[in-house]
Design a protein around this ligand. Structure first.
Ligand SMILES: Cc1ncc(COP(=O)(O)O)c(C=O)c1O
Length: 404
């Protein structure tokens, strides 16, 4: 296992002569993550769909897909415009995992399917279907539709809802009724089911849950996992009863990869963040990705003994705002953000322990809380192998694209 100080020296050498700030991706670490995920998936009989929102670079997605081998199949995109962009880059079998209510998006999906690419979209309301059907009819094509299911933990008849708010479909018969509605359409194709257990994947094992200790969290996750497995099995049984085949059943994410792979109902899982290893995934029991993506800022000031200030800052992650959304000063080891200024804005002050020497011009390496969002701040990733920059990968931003 490489020490942090060795890693600092390696990245520092790789970046010699580069103008900071930059984003860098350690390709050896990415490959280690891809190999670890691939070995989990290999014996499961399932396939893996890459979650592109957690990468946001075509070159890197291609690298991961290629290295992952035959069990890595298809992409999970986050917007129809992104799916069209990815299809134009040569990718196929793209599932847009979030619905749209805009005719303009439906038109993109109709066009790209008519051109011969397979791009499906997850939906759950009749209004979504009406919009997709109209676009598909106009373009004389069919749009593949995946039905999105709420697999949150529900108790007390739904009054207690522990999980994210996505789809209103959470009961086997309602899911099957909706799928039959899709299957009966001339312009839509029933392409499968999506039931993402965000409440499990988004709950680290080793950190406390508010005032509750990690043990309470693990207990919650055990109960939630059993409930998701039961719900998916009920849905599968209902579809069997109606003789309606389920072409794919997608679930899981980096934070639930191991338990999702054990669920017999799923045919595939999604992983995105696990390849770049953002710091929100540092505290899981089953799979802890190697940190692989960083941004480097230059030290510009020494305001007082025990402090440095770096040029650049911000880069706070999305989601419920809290300290876990801040970037983490990573190298050299021991630095910390200041409570008063947090992740900074155009400059970031840091507290420096006595054993660390930093002078103006030195780089400091940070990790973002979320893998894909780092790409929205930089035009490219410097791809580092060992102690040198091997190549550069354009981010979506660098490719002139911006998807929401
Ligand atoms: C539908 C869906 N599947 C899977 C994931 C997991 O992605 P990741 O592996 O990047 O955590 C997400 C993330 O939000 C998602 O929305």
């Amino acid at each position: 296992m490489e020490t942090r100080s060795h890693r600092y020296d390696r990245y520092r050498k790789a970046l010699a002569g580069e103008a900071l700030p930059v984003a860098l991706v350690d390709l050896d670490a990415v490959d280690a993550n891809v190999d670890a995920v691939a070995s989990l998936v290999r014996d499961s009989g399932k396939t893996l769909r890459i979650g592109t929102k957690s990468v946001r670079s075509v070159d890197l997605v291609r690298h991961i897909l290629h290295r992952g081998g035959p069990s890595f199949r298809g992409l999970m995109a986050y917007a129809p415009a992104e799916a069209r962009f990815l299809a134009a880059q040569g990718f196929d079998d793209i599932l847009v995992a979030y619905p749209t209510a805009q005719p303009a998006d439906a038109r993109l999906l109709a066009e790209v399917n008519r051109e011969g690419k397979r791009v499906s979209i997850a939906v759950e309301e009749p209004i979504h279907l009406d919009i997709l059907e109209a676009a598909a009819a106009t373009h004389e094509t069919r749009i593949p539709v995946v039905v999105d299911i709420d697999v949150s933990l529900r108790r007390l008849g739904g009054r207690l809802h522990l999980g994210v708010r996505r789809s209103p479909l959470h009961e086997a018969r309602a899911v099957a009724d909706f799928a039959e509605r899709v299957a009966s359409s001339h312009h839509l194709e029933f392409a499968g089911l999506l039931g993402y257990e965000a409440h499990i994947a988004g709950t680290p094992d080793q950190t406390p849950l508010g005032p509750l200790p990690p043990g309470a969290k693990r207990a919650f996750k055990r109960i939630a996992c059993a409930a998701v497995t039961t719900l998916r099995a009920e849905i599968t049984a209902e579809f069997e009863r109606r003789r309606l085949p389920i072409p794919l059943f997608n679930g899981g994410g980096t934070g639930s990869a191991a338990s999702s792979l054990r669920d017999a109902s799923l045919t595939e899982i999604t992983v995105g963040s696990g390849f770049l290893g953002s710091h929100l995934f540092d505290h899981y029991d089953d799979f802890r990705p190697e940190p692989a993506a960083f941004f480097a800022l230059q030290v510009t000031r020494r305001p007082a003994p025990g402090f440095v200030t770096c040029q650049g800052g911000g880069l706070i992650a999305s989601g419920a705002a809290g300290p876990d959304r801040l970037p983490m000063p990573y190298l050299p080891e021991g630095l910390s953000l200041l409570d008063l200024e947090g992740a900074g804005e155009v400059q970031t002050p840091l507290a420096v322990p006595p054993h660390v020497n930093l002078a103006p011009g030195d780089p400091v390496f940070f990790r973002h809380a979320k893998s894909g969002e780092l790409a929205t701040f930089f035009r490219d990733y410097l791809l580092v192998r060992g102690d040198h920059v091997e190549s550069r990968a354009l981010t979506y931003r660098g490719a002139g694209e911006c998807f929401h």
